[in-house]
Design a protein around this ligand. Structure first.
Ligand SMILES: [Zn+2]
Length: 304
């Protein structure tokens, strides 16, 4: 098997689904890309269940996801991590950010009414109303991280995505001060992901391009917490016939556990891998891993 050049010595990748329903063609593409990249680098592939949002969690969905990955031949290394069991780590990180965060009493409605614009994830950009303190008599709806003013170099996040290319985001104008923790104690996705990736030693984040717009915030949090920044690779999302991102809400159907090969081949095709004569799940991975390695092999500067 061809080995990728310049690979980190201890490559660690991960797949981190939310247990909001069974895996579908969209989540399979993301899982496959992260698995292929880890195996092509002879690295470890971790599974993390992002079950912080208990209101959206579906009973048994996590179990079903684990079963599906196994049926599709994607075996995770090490123990499965559950975010719901790591709240102490999130609290520690939150405490470290005390000097650069503040309570905010604004409701979703009030923020939307300010009409500053929409962030890349569709949420309204926060206008900074509570930066200098909440209005008298109000209690916090959330705690927010203060981002540098527009024009400050520190708030301009630039990274090279291994699939999408160069990406730059000015935090102040793209999202504004963003939420770390909600008033009801719920930890924000951005904070939890950054803390978990660091604790698990993740070197490479491979996921769907729907999360490209979260990456700048995550890199800024890494800077603020003194954590390393992993490499990123965002694969295009799977769309339905109407051009919407495939999800449970847009009518994605669960993967058929009895026909793993059909779904695997379709997902591989979506990632631009042309596979011939595949006759079993193990055979699929045997052929797909070197193809991925070839595709993402970087030029060797020492031996052109
Ligand atoms: Zn506010």
């Amino acid at each position: 098997m061809q080995r990728l050049k310049h690979s980190p010595l201890n490559y660690v990748g991960r797949f981190a689904p939310s247990p909001t329903g069974p895996l579908h063609a969209g989540s399979l593409r993301a899982a496959m890309a992260s698995y292929l990249d880890a195996r092509a680098h002879h690295g470890r592939w971790l599974l993390r269940i992002e079950d912080l949002d208990t209101a959206r969690a579906v009973p048994d969905a996590a179990h079903h996801i684990i079963q599906t990955l196994a049926a599709f031949g994607m075996d995770a290394d090490g123990d499965i991590v559950w975010q719901s069991q790591r709240k102490n780590s999130y609290q520690q990180a939150f405490d470290q950010l005390a000097d650069v965060s503040y309570p905010c009493s604004c409701s979703r409605r009030e923020i939307a009414d300010s009409r500053i614009g929409l962030a890349s994830d569709g949420a309204a950009i926060y206008p900074g109303t509570c930066r200098n303190g909440m209005a008298a008599g109000r209690s916090p709806h959330a705690w927010r991280l203060r981002v540098p003013e527009a024009g400050h170099a520190e708030g301009e996040i630039c990274f090279k995505d291994r699939w999408q290319g160069l990406f730059t985001e000015q935090l102040a104008t793209a999202v504004g001060d963003f939420v770390l923790k909600r008033g009801d104690g719920f930890w924000a996705y951005q904070l939890a992901v950054v803390v978990d990736d660091a604790i698990q030693g993740v070197t490479d984040v491979v996921r769907g391009a729907d999360l490209l717009g979260s990456t700048a915030r995550q890199i800024y949090l890494q800077h603020k917490l003194g954590l390393p920044t992993p490499r990123y690779l965002h694969v295009p999302v799977v769309a339905n016939a109407a051009g919407e991102k495939l999800s449970k809400q847009t009518g994605a159907s669960a993967l058929d556990l009895n026909k793993p090969l059909t779904a695997l081949l379709e997902a591989a095709q979506g990632l631009g891998l042309a596979l011939d004569g595949v006759n079993s799940v193990p055979d699929f991975w045997r052929k797909a891993i070197p193809l991925w390695a070839q595709r993402f092999a970087e030029p060797d500067v020492n031996h052109p």
